[in-house]
Design a protein around this ligand. Structure first.
Ligand SMILES: NC(=O)CC[C@H](N)C(=O)O
Length: 369
C-alpha cells in the first residue's frame, strides 16, 4: 500500500497508508468522537474544507449505502483513521469506504495513532494540516501551512443554487440552506410539511413572498460571520414568521439578535454530547459538529433566553427569543448520525407554528370586531 504523510502546522508528522483519492489536500484538522456514523459525517456539508479524524479506531466496517448520505456531494477535504476496513460486512453495504472516497475525490490516511493526534488537537486546539508524499520536505510543508490561511465563505459553495420544492399537505416551511444536512429536510417531509428549500442569500422579502408558516435555518460550514446576508434576512423576518435554527442557523440567529460568536479551541464533534435543558432539568444526549459557539457574556437578556447548555463545558446550546416565536439549538436534533433524544424539537416547532397562526387569526378577528 502506498504511504502518505500528514503534517500539522506545528510540525507534527504522522506517516500512514494512502487511502481514497490521490489529491494532496490542506484543511483544518478536527476530530469526531462518534463510534458510528462515518457515512453521515463524511457527507455532512458542515465539514466543508476540513480534514476529519475519527477517534473510534475502526472505520468502514459496515460500508457505504445509498440511504445514509447527508448530501451526495461531500465537501470534506480528507479523512484520518486508525484502521480503514477493506471488506465491509452489512446487508445495506453497497461499496467500501475506499471506493467511496476515490469516487468523491477525498484523500485519506490510515494506520496512524489517532489517539495521539487527538490529544495534540485537544492540547493545542484545531490546527491546519496537509497530506503530502512521504519524502516531501517537512520545513517546506510547515512553511506552506503557516503561510496559507484557512479558506472562508464555504456556505456559498455548499448551498443550493436555485430554490426547490418538496411538496406536502402540511405546514409550509421555508428551509434556508446554508449547507443543509438532508436529515433536516427528512424531518419535515416525514411530518407532511410542504418544504421550499432556498439558497443562503435569499432576502427577507423573497421569503415573505412565499408566505411560509415557519422558517428553518439549517446547519452549515465555516464562520457564521461570513454570512452577513443571512443576518439581514433574519432581522427582516423575525417576529413575522416563527423560526427554528440548527447549528449555523443558531449562530446566525444569535448574531441577528445582537449576540456574538467565537471560535472554540477544538469544538464539539461527536454523537454523545450531554446537553441540559434549563426549564425541565432534562439532559439530552446530542449529536454535535461545531467549531464556533455563541458567547454567553454579552447576550442581551431582555431579548434572548439561554434555554440549554453543554454539560461538558457549559457553552450555550439553546436560545429562544423573549418576545417573538423563535428558538434555536447548537446541536443536531435530526441526529444523522446520533441519538434521537431531541427529535421532539421538530414537533415543538410545528406546535409553535400552529399557536402563532391561531394568535394571528385571533388578532384579525379582534380587528374586525
Ligand atoms: N454544523 C454546523 O452547522 C456548524 C456551524 C459552524 N460552521 C461551526 O463550525 O460552528
Amino acid at each position: 500500500m502506498a504511504k502518505r504523510k500528514l503534517v500539522l502546522e506545528d510540525g507534527t508528522t504522522f506517516i500512514g497508508n494512502a487511502i481514497g483519492s490521490e489529491r494532496e489536500t490542506f484543511g483544518e484538522v478536527v476530530f469526531n468522537t462518534g463510534m458510528t456514523g462515518y457515512q453521515e459525517i463524511l457527507s455532512d456539508p458542515s465539514y466543508c474544507d476540513q480534514i476529519i479524524t475519527f477517534t473510534y479506531p475502526l472505520v468502514g466496517n459496515y460500508g457505504i449505502n445509498r440511504e445514509d448520505f447527508e448530501t451526495i456531494n461531500p465537501s470534506v477535504n480528507g479523512l484520518i483513521v486508525k484502521e480503514a476496513c477493506e471488506y465491509p460486512s452489512n446487508f445495506r453495504a453497497e461499496e467500501s469506504l475506499d471506493t467511496f472516497l476515490k469516487a468523491k475525490d477525498i484523500p485519506g490516511i490510515s494506520g496512524i495513532d489517532t489517539r495521539k493526534l487527538t490529544k495534540r488537537i485537544r492540547e493545542y486546539g484545531t490546527m491546519k494540516g496537509m497530506f503530502t508524499s512521504v519524502d516531501a520536505s517537512l520545513e517546506e510543508s510547515v512553511a506552506e501551512l503557516q503561510a496559507t490561511p484557512l479558506p472562508t465563505n464555504q456556505v456559498e459553495r455548499v448551498s443550493t443554487i436555485k430554490p426547490y420544492v418538496v411538496p406536502g399537505r402540511g405546514e409550509r416551511i421555508v428551509l434556508v440552506d446554508f449547507g443543509m444536512k438532508h436529515g433536516i429536510l427528512r424531518e419535515f417531509t416525514s411530518r407532511n410539511c410542504h418544504v421550499t428549500v432556498v439558497p443562503y442569500n435569499t432576502t427577507a422579502e423573497e421569503i415573505l413572498q412565499l408566505k411560509p408558516d415557519g422558517i428553518m435555518l439549517s446547519n452549515g460550514p465555516g464562520n457564521p460571520k461570513d454570512v452577513p446576508e443571512a443576518i439581514d434576512m433574519i432581522q427582516g423576518v423575525l417576529g413575522k414568521i416563527p423560526f427554528f435554527g440548527i447549528c449555523l442557523g443558531h449562530q446566525l440567529f444569535a448574531l441577528a439578535c445582537g449576540a456574538n460568536t467565537t471560535k472554540m479551541k477544538f469544538g464539539h464533534r461527536g454523537s454523545n454530547h450531554p446537553v441540559k435543558d434549563k426549564a425541565t432539568g432534562n439532559v439530552y444526549m446530542t449529536s454535535q459538529n461545531h467549531g464556533y459557539a455563541v458567547e454567553d457574556w454579552d447576550i442581551d437578556d431582555s431579548v434572548l433566553s439561554v434555554t440549554q447548555f453543554a454539560l461538558n463545558d457549559n457553552s450555550i446550546e439553546g436560545l429562544s427569543h423573549k418576545h417573538v416565536p423563535a428558538f434555536t439549538v447548537q446541536y443536531h436534533p435530526e441526529s444523522a448520525p446520533g441519538p434521537q433524544d431531541s427529535n421532539v424539537l421538530f414537533d415543538e416547532f410545528l406546535t409553535m407554528i400552529k399557536q402563532h397562526s391561531r394568535r394571528e387569526q385571533g388578532t384579525c378577528l379582534n380587528v374586525q370586531m
